[in-house]
Design a binder for this molecule. Structure first.
Ligand code: GLA
Length: 400
């Protein structure tokens, strides 16, 4: 009895420790964020209309949950130091906005930064971390993206731990999304601090390119994808590599959008749409909401895919899925269409990280094209395919 009381006391003491909120984000977070499309052009109508769109256009049913307000929502701090939203853009206040988003069955996120100022030069959280976390909890915030501008030489691990502890002290479960751009290798230290960490600089809607600014760059899809390749073993349920938010619907071609989206699913990446949900083409909506493709991202194993082979401009990616299935993705990085042929029996696909092997020499798998919904035979015959430029062939392999 004495021992039992002792261990109960230990449990109580342990749970009083500051920690991230466990049990959240067991599959990669899905939602929307204002930045990629709207930058600082945000206000409460946009957020309400975006919530309306997500709740009714099929995205909510497909699993999208978070409506996240990025930079530029902030006004000033009041006399007691409590942060206020910009009164011109958010006249009804943040509690009312969170209530509205919740009334649609969705969750609400905000953005801040470790420094005194955000990247967009608005008031940020340095020195007010506990007060801000308390304010977010009062508003009903479910997600915090926490940026790294103006960090003034802070140690990243310490700065993000402070906000984690502040969120924990405030008591409302929050998905904590670290946005430190991979500068201090967050994959090595952030698994107990946040639910995801950005791995690179910002994305822009370009499939294969780099955009130079005076003292920073934005990267296109392929360059970001390449930076993820060494990082797969650091991710898993509740702690994900974040290759940045989606640019689907923001100006790339339909096949580039499809390839971008598919690769983020192969990576088990957070899927935060970044387009205007109120006005999008049927094609964009179709890409964002394909259930079978989303199931690759949201698979319960939570194991990111890997490059099995490279043949010229075509990369062969595999991702182990639960129930013994696999996803296979052939990514054509070039602008020209490519013909491929894949002789399963001679491809010893094995993954030490997940301890899975496909054994195509002894096991036959059925093949389904996830985008076209066509069955394409099985692994007893050589796979022959044409892949258009900047596009993918995505197959699900199921045991027969
Ligand atoms: C940084 C982030 C972006 C966005 C902007 C906002 O660049 O990486 O995702 O949040 O700041 O100013």
């Amino acid at each position: 009895m004495k021992q039992m009381l002792l261990s109960l006391a230990c449990v109580a003491a342990l749970s009083a420790y500051a920690q991230k909120f466990d049990g959240l984000d067991l599959t990669p977070q899905m939602g929307w964020n204002s930045w990629n499309r709207f930058q600082c052009d945000v206000n409460e109508e946009l957020i309400r209309e975006t919530a309306d769109a997500m709740a009714t256009n099929g995205m909510k049913d497909a699993g999208y949950q978070y409506i996240n307000l990025d930079d530029c929502w902030q006004g000033r701090r009041d006399a007691q130091g409590f942060i206020q939203p910009d009164p011109a853009r958010f006249p009804s206040g943040m509690k009312a906005l969170a209530d509205y988003v919740h009334s649609k069955g969705l969750k609400f996120g905000v953005y801040s930064d470790v420094g005194y100022q955000t990247c967009g030069s608005h008031v940020a959280s340095r020195g007010h971390e506990f007060q801000d976390a308390q304010t977010y909890a009062q508003w009903g915030v479910d997600y915090l993206k926490y940026d790294w501008c103006n960090n003034a030489g802070l140690k990243a691990e310490g700065a993000y731990t402070t906000m984690r502890d502040a969120l924990h002290a405030a008591g409302r479960p929050v998905v904590f999304s670290l946005c430190e751009w991979g500068q201090n290798q967050p994959w090595l230290w952030a698994a107990n601090i946040g639910h995801s960490w950005r791995t690179t600089t910002d994305i822009y809607p370009c499939f294969d390119g780099t955009l130079d600014h005076t003292n920073w760059q934005q990267w296109g899809v392929l360059r970001i994808l390449d930076a993820q390749k060494p990082l797969r073993t650091y991710a898993g349920p509740g702690h994900w590599n974040d290759p940045d938010m989606l640019e689907v619907g923001n100006g790339m071609s339909a096949n580039e959008d499809r390839a971008h989206f598919t690769m983020w699913c192969l990576l088990a990446a957070p899927l935060i749409s970044g387009n205007d949900l109120r006005h999008m083409s049927p094609e964009t909506l179709k890409t964002l909401t394909d259930r079978e493709v989303l199931a690759v991202d949201q698979d319960a194993l939570g194991v990111p895919g890997f490059v099995y082979a490279t043949n010229g401009s075509v990369e062969v990616w595999f991702k182990p899925l639960s129930g013994g299935d696999w996803a296979l993705c052939l990514l054509n990085r070039s602008r020209d269409a490519k013909k491929i042929s894949f002789d399963w029996k001679h491809e010893p696909v094995a993954d030490d990280f997940s301890r899975r092997a496909a054994h195509f020499d002894t096991t036959t798998y059925s093949l389904r094209n996830l985008w076209t919904k066509q069955p394409v035979g099985d692994t007893s015959r050589i796979l022959e395919a044409d892949i258009p430029g900047h596009d993918v062939l995505l197959l699900r392999l199921g045991k027969m």
